[in-house]
Design a protein around this ligand. Structure first.
Ligand SMILES: O=C(O)[C@H]1O[C@H](OP(=O)(O)OP(=O)(O)OC[C@H]2O[C@@H](n3ccc(=O)[nH]c3=O)[C@H](O)[C@@H]2O)[C@H](O)[C@@H](O)[C@@H]1O
Length: 276
């Protein structure tokens, strides 16, 4: 029967066309699907995140809930900050009460122990003098305006019963009781003393007068630090004490040179008047 294969063939073709049509229809429907369906299902998984990305869809209740959560977090942070501040205070108090390790100092009895003032004691020369006198067992008071000196130069003595650090500018008077004074406060290098020449002159004149006045009042021994720059541009090398120098009172370095010269002159004048 020749008709049978032809009918079978038609059925096969029709079935194939139908399958292709069904596939095409399925594909078409998947394209038409609402893309927010996916987001909605994600939103159900993580509602907060969804609300954050799409705030418009939040109702008032949800907004209120989020606001309350934020407020709670802010309160917790504030409480944590307050607790940290309390803990910091406790750490500071503990540090202050814990005995520190200091370099070994000699014990001096009342008769031999001196109260010594060092101006400029946070500087290079001054801080080494502080170490020497502390180790010898004296009471040391450092006065410094920290223009060039640094606290860290003497920090290893901070808190020691024989040591005191005073932030003070010696152009202003100072009233304390001491046995000896080492007056070193002065800018010492050209960029520092030329930075403010008038202040350099004040430190070496008014500052020295204040220290000599204090020494006179409490009958303290005093040492004044001078400099080889008092000889100016010397023509004699090395300079003996008898040499008077070759100086320029109006040159760029005069604020320091002349300041120190006045300092020396003042020392001699005080010594002559007070000790005679
Ligand atoms: O002969 C020198 O060359 C100098 O040696 C030292 O100076 P030095 O230790 O080398 O210099 P710094 O380390 O700068 O010390 C000077 C100290 O004086 C202090 N200072 C300076 C200026 C001032 O107005 N007040 C004051 O207390 C500074 O802060 C610093 O601690 C002496 O301290 C100076 O007086 C001296 O002129």
């Amino acid at each position: 029967m020749p008709m049978v294969p032809i009918a079978k063939k038609r059925i096969k073709v029709t079935a194939s066309v139908l399958i292709v049509l069904i596939l095409l229809l399925a594909l078409y429907r998947s394209f038409l699907k609402d893309p927010t369906d996916v987001n909605r299902s994600e939103a159900n998984l993580n509602k907060d995140h969804w609300a954050f990305v799409h705030p418009k869809i939040m109702d008032d209740g949800e907004k209120e809930g989020i606001h309350q959560k934020q407020q709670k977090l802010v309160n917790q942070i504030e409480q944590a900050k307050a607790q940290i501040a309390i803990l910091e205070d406790r750490v500071r108090a503990l540090e202050a009460s814990t005995p520190r390790k200091y370099p070994q100092v000699k014990y001096l009895n009342y008769k031999n122990r001196k109260r010594i003032l060092i101006t400029g004691g946070a500087g290079f020369v001054g801080s080494h003098l502080v170490d020497t006198l502390m180790v010898q067992g004296h009471e040391v008071i450092v006065v410094d305006n920290f223009f060039t000196g640094r606290k860290r130069n003497v920090e290893h003595w901070l808190g020691h019963e024989n040591f005191e650090l005073i932030h003070h500018d010696i152009v202003n008077p100072l009233f304390i009781e001491v046995d000896e004074i080492y007056h070193l406060a002065s800018p010492a290098s050209p960029p520092h003393y030329m930075y403010n020449p008038v202040k350099t002159i004040k430190t070496n004149t008014m500052g020295t007068i204040n220290m000599l006045g204090l020494a006179k009042r409490v009958m303290a021994k005093v040492l004044i630090a001078s400099t080889s720059e008092v000889y100016g541009d010397p023509t004699v090398h090395p300079q003996p004490e008898t040499y008077w120098g070759h100086v320029n009172p109006i040159g760029p370095r005069a604020c320091y040179d002349e300041g120190k010269r006045v300092s020396e002159t003042l020392s001699y004048a005080y010594a002559k008047q007070v000790l005679s």
